[in-house]
Design a protein around this ligand. Structure first.
Ligand code: ADP
Length: 759
């Protein structure tokens, strides 16, 4: 609404809800007469200077005269009787004043100050309500509507409509105050062509504490003619004290010049303000504006006051109910979120899908979810880097699981840079160990509000060079007080966040327990499976040996009586049982490896490799090859016999899966800090490799080759591999805490890498 482009209409100042004056006037408005009486209500001590106009008698002769000059002895007697019980709240009394022109019916108001009894007289007028219904009918109808309203907004709307009908004021609005005293126009009824203030806000500084206090006491304030000339008292000072009289409770008290300017600024000529109080706290006000002077009868003012009082008490019920409904809604939302977290596999997804849910939970406009190293931002937030820095700060400085502030820059000055999105922070630490946090953000209040008038237009200075107290000066003052501040986090939002934390902690812990249990079960069944494989393989060996031996006996002793086919079958039996023995041995080896304890010692890998190569050369004298060693190998902590087995397997594969005569195998390593993929590990991790110029492996088989009994070629090609060697190698490397992988270009060769931590 403060757009800077194009011609701008004359700014409309915010609605005045009260007179923005710190001190109250000691003059009265001219539509009535004020008499100051002695405490016993016998004698007139002071009179407003307009007595001639209304009562037909000048002020001077009335001072010192008995009250009976103005009324019948019966009325005077009645006044004297009630006087001792009169308090500081004006009591309405219908009176008939004796004037030279005859009896004058007046609305009288009697109240007491610390030093005097004050009788105010307003000549009675009869104003009909704007609506065709009688005052009584309108009030009754309004009360019905108020009681039937199904929302606080509907209730307030029926109040403004009724008060407009009753008073005929051009604009009737209701302003609600927040905890800081800033107001927002939440309901409005107005005539055609009258400008609207609905939805607009005004700063707390618009209402000084003295005025706010008088409204909190449930006062009605009527100013029939803003521009009317104020009338002083005669004599000006109160005779018994010699000081100006305290008129703060007087119905007729006039508005101070600043207040007049405030209303006039807005084009308002007449105003009526009614307070809406709950338990003596000012919740808001009904503010009525008329563009021309307008006087209301006491009857109508009293009806308005009654409606306002009824509305305030019904409103309290309605708000309590809405609050409960809101809490129930949030609690349902929280339960729904917790249910999704319980069922989800992924905590992050459960939290942020849908995004709106997490934000609505605490009425935030943005949030950051940090789960370990994963950071996700939703809604309107500072940048990821800013959030990261904020989290690091919180890790160092916030020990409590919950932290909330409406003004983050007070504790974390860097937040000034992103006050527009995150002046308010609600931080929930779910787990310090796992580094799980949720941060909710609220924008600076000033960003989120529709302001009446143009706040940037500056201070207004009048013709005399005086700074005019008005909405814009007020705004500037107010802006200071809410700088970098968001709307405060409500207690039920905070407790909702704590509930959420407890639920997540419970769920995360449960999941961790469940995982640990599954892990244990898995380890157990793994052990059982290994034991089973070992026992089965072991027991199979004996009958197998029997089959082989009997086949041998048959071959040696009965060859003569068998024909050629019989001999072939026998040879097959021998070959099959031999192969089966190889497989069983391999199985036994794998099972054994799983169970054996590693025996690490500092080993010179150069010696170890030399031994392994010697064994390979001895077992395959038919396959000559060149060993390439770019540099000597390091000494590391490892189980030497097992690592020997690793090199033997890898080197024999390297020379076996080959179809060229010029075979070479290169063994080397990368420096721990260069090649290590486990750069964060505490101990240096070596990456060794065994490279060949053999046939290579197709990309789709690269991970397959480490599986037990996996062979890529038929048995008759490239020798009689059982598909076990790499499974054993894998097992040994894993037992050492390392990993193995292969890179290869088919037709050019393969490189097997494995890591070993120098534990
Ligand atoms: P095997 O005992 O049959 O050699 P391995 O477990 O050692 O079994 O290897 C599994 C399969 O991986 C082999 O059958 C072979 O096809 C493939 N392989 C292993 N090493 C190499 C290599 N250096 N070059 C090409 N293929 C290889």
């Amino acid at each position: 609404m403060t757009g800077s482009n194009g011609p701008r209409a004359k700014p409309i100042p915010p609605p005045p809800l009260a007179e923005p004056l710190p001190q109250l006037a000691d003059t009265i408005q001219p539509h009535g007469v004020l008499l100051v009486l002695d405490p016993a209500a016998d004698t007139i001590l002071q009179v407003s200077e307009n007595s001639q106009t209304h009562l037909g008698v000048a002020a001077q002769p009335l001072v010192g005269a008995p009250l009976s000059t103005l009324m019948s002895p019966e009325q005077g007697e009645a006044l004297r009787r009630v006087a001792p019980a009169i308090a500081d709240r004006p009591l309405p009394l219908p009176l008939t004043v004796t004037t030279p022109a005859g009896p004058l019916p007046c609305d009288g108001f009697l109240h007491r100050t610390a030093t005097a009894l004050i009788l105010e007289l307003e000549p009675t007028i009869a104003t009909a309500p704007a609506d065709f219904l009688s005052v009584h009918g309108l009030v009754r109808q309004t009360l019905d509507r108020i009681q039937q309203a199904d929302s606080s907004l509907a209730l307030l709307q029926s109040v403004v409509a009724a008060i407009q009908d009753l008073t005929g004021y051009d604009r009737v609005l209701i302003c609600q105050f927040d905890a800081q005293g800033a107001g927002e126009v939440v309901a409005e009824a107005k005539g055609a062509g009258v400008s609207s203030f609905l939805g607009q806000r005004f700063p707390a500084t618009d209402i000084p504490p003295a005025i706010r206090e008088s409204y909190a006491q449930g006062k009605l304030r009527a100013i029939p003619q803003i521009q009317a000339e104020p009338v002083p008292l005669f004599p000006r000072l109160h005779p018994p004290t010699g000081h100006p009289l305290d008129l703060s409770r007087a119905v007729l008290r006039s508005s101070a010049p600043c207040s007049v300017a405030y209303y006039t600024n807005m084009g308002v000529a007449s105003a009526l303000v009614l307070s809406l109080c709950q338990a003596r706290t000012l919740w808001g006000v009904v503010s009525c504006h008329h563009l021309t002077p307008k006087r209301l009868s006491y009857e109508i003012r009293a009806a308005c006051e009654f409606i306002a009082q009824m509305a305030a008490s019904e409103l309290a019920n309605q708000l309590r109910q809405e609050d409960l409904q809101q809490r129930a809604k949030l609690s349902a939302l929280r339960s729904e979120l917790i249910a999704s977290i319980t069922q989800a596999h992924n905590l992050m997804d459960a939290l942020i899908q849908p995004e709106e849910r997490l934000l609505t939970l605490v009425a935030a406009s943005g949030a950051a979810i940090c789960l370990g190293h994963e950071l996700t931002l939703i809604g309107t937030t500072p940048t990821a880097d800013q959030v990261q820095a904020l989290i690091e700060w919180a890790d160092r400085h916030i020990t409590e699981p919950l932290f909330h502030t409406p003004c983050l820059s007070q504790t974390y000055p860097e937040a000034e840079a992103f006050k527009a999105t995150a002046s308010g922070l609600l931080l929930l630490r779910i787990s310090r160990v796992q580094h799980y946090l949720i941060l909710w953000f609220r924008p600076e209040v000033i960003q989120s509000i529709a302001w009446a008038g143009n706040p940037e237009a500056g201070v207004q200075v009048d013709a005399q060079g005086q700074i005019q107290l008005g909405p814009r000066t007020s705004f500037a003052l107010w802006r200071e007080t809410v700088y970098a501040t968001a709307l405060p986090w409500q207690p039920f939002e905070i407790s909702g966040a704590i509930d959420l934390r407890n639920a997540i902690v419970g769920i995360v812990l449960n999941k961790a327990d469940e995982l640990a249990r599954l892990n244990q079960e898995l380890q157990h069944s793994n052990r059982e499976l290994t034991a089973f494989a070992y026992a089965a393989a072991h027991d199979l060996k004996e009958p197998l040996r029997g089959i082989y031996n009997y086949a041998n006996i048959l071959m040696e002793d009965y060859a003569a009586i068998l024909d050629e086919d019989g001999l072939d079958y026998l040879a097959e039996i021998q070959a099959f049982s031999q192969r089966m023995e190889t497989l069983i041995n391999a199985l036994l080896r794998v099972a054994q490896l799983r169970q054996t304890q590693l025996k690490r010692s500092l080993t010179d890998l150069n010696h170890l490799l030399a031994e392994a190569v010697a064994i390979v050369r001895a077992s395959r004298p038919d396959i000559p090859f060149e060993l390439r060693l770019p540099r000597s190998l390091p000494q590391i902590q490892c189980d030497a016999p097992l690592l020997n087995e690793v090199f033997r397997n890898l080197i024999s594969n390297a020379i076996k899966y080959h179809d060229r005569p010029d075979r070479w195998v290169e063994v080397g390593y990368r420096d721990p800090d260069q090649g290590s993929r486990d750069a964060e590990a505490a101990t240096p991790t070596w990456v060794f490799y065994v490279q060949d110029n053999g046939i290579g492996i197709q990309a789709e088989h690269l991970s397959e080759v480490f599986k037990l009994f996996k062979r890529l070629h038929p048995q008759e090609r490239y020798g009689d591999g059982a598909g076990v060697g790499l499974a054993i190698v894998n097992q040994i490397i894993e037992r050492h805490g390392g990993r193995i992988w292969v890179e290869s270009t088919p037709g050019q060769g393969s490189t097997f890498f494995f890591t070993l931590a120098d534990a």
